[in-house]
Design a protein around this ligand. Sequence first.
Ligand code: GDP
Length: 470
Amino acid sequence: MVIGTITDTLGHQIAGVSQGLTGLFSAPVIRLGVTGLSRAGKTVFITSLVANLLERGRMPGLEAARTGRIEAAYLQPQPDDTVPRFDFENHLAALTGPKPHWPESTRAVSELRVSFRVRPAGFLAGLAGPRVVHLDIVDYPGEWLLDLGLLSQDYADWARDALARAASRPEGADYIARLSEIAPDGPHDEQRITALAQGWAEYLRAAQHAGYADCTPGRFLLPGDLEGSPALTFAPLPQGAAPRGSLARECERRFAAYKAQVVKPFFRAHFARIDRQVVLVDVLEAIHRGPAALADLRQAMAGILSAFRPGRNAFLAGLMGQKRVDKILFAATKADHLHHSQHDRLAAIMGALVDAARRRADFAGARTRAMALAALRATVEESRMVDGVMRDLVRGTLLETGAQVALDPGDLPTDPARLLSPAATGEKAWSDGDYAVMRFAPAPLTLRAGEGPPHIRLDHVAEFLFGDRL
Ligand code: GDP
């Protein structure tokens, strides 16, 4: 026994030493987190980014690509055996096949490794040979980041706030009505608790569809492989007695299990290891929906950003230690809905949306930037006289009808405050006009050798996020 224990220990030590040695010589790894709320554009972003890294003809803004220092880029098996692989090939086939269509959106965490063979820059260029750098892209739903806030709440706090919000929204009416039929202090039974959890999930889906972003627990919307498990089968109940064996007591217990067994492991396994992060935001959709949706998006961004301020949260602070995400990009997606003359305005609105949170936040030296991008350009630009005025339009194929249209989406203001102030003061509608958003279908493509799909500013995004490490 004793000998066995000793050899075991020695074995570990030897493994440790050899890991340390390979660690010294192994290729550097950049872990890039890609997040954003549902339909922000994560799947399309990763697919087009990777396609454009493999074929770099449209990436002049990525310095290592422009100067030809990237000798090769290729996909490799990812390092994490238990995380699903990002389905790059099928998503790319959807976007670039003969009948192009948008791929299935992100439902859970997934990962993909792109490796580069790069020649060194600067004075080392003539001395050292090429080296390999791995880029591990980790795709995960922004809704899961919002769950971080739950860690500092107990069941009673969460239930009180969640019910107050539900009661103030038409989408919550059904769930609130259902509560009058149950006794939280009555005996727990599985059918009842399942029905309540389903009712709460339906409310969250309706609220999210209506543009509200503060929808917790995040896994009720995107359960991943936990669908139907007890940790996802609870719901907020009004405050009151919660004797042992009661419905209320069981909800309280499962809320705690959700935090310990779902929320924390996600942060440990995925979030804590990220070096660089891009947060994708469908700003145009929120503007289109009106001031309330924009105000809500701003609040959700503050929630998401709190995950990048580990000092504020005891659990995260303990988990991250000295490690920090050192660059964060906030990107307004789908900029191809606008003529390029408006892209700067969109980027300014993106910046302003996160500005208050950014100034409040101690990002511990992380560099942050706001940009406007389109991962896949589905429109072309055109200028035309409309009612005697020259207008900048975008032309594309409407997703719903297949019709070709030239769209004037409306002028975004140069000063973001013109949108953010009415959003903050609870205005019902924009006073100076509407902003149209249509869903365009991806255009059929004929890609030349060496070129990835057409995009807007993906090369600059790549340069900011990891260009310095290539
Ligand atoms: P996810 O839920 O964050 O993974 O979002 P997706 O990447 O699936 O994108 C959601 C939808 O947004 C897509 O189905 C498209 O309709 C639209 N979309 C995403 N990226 C773009 C883009 O670059 N241009 C345009 N026009 N639409 C986009």
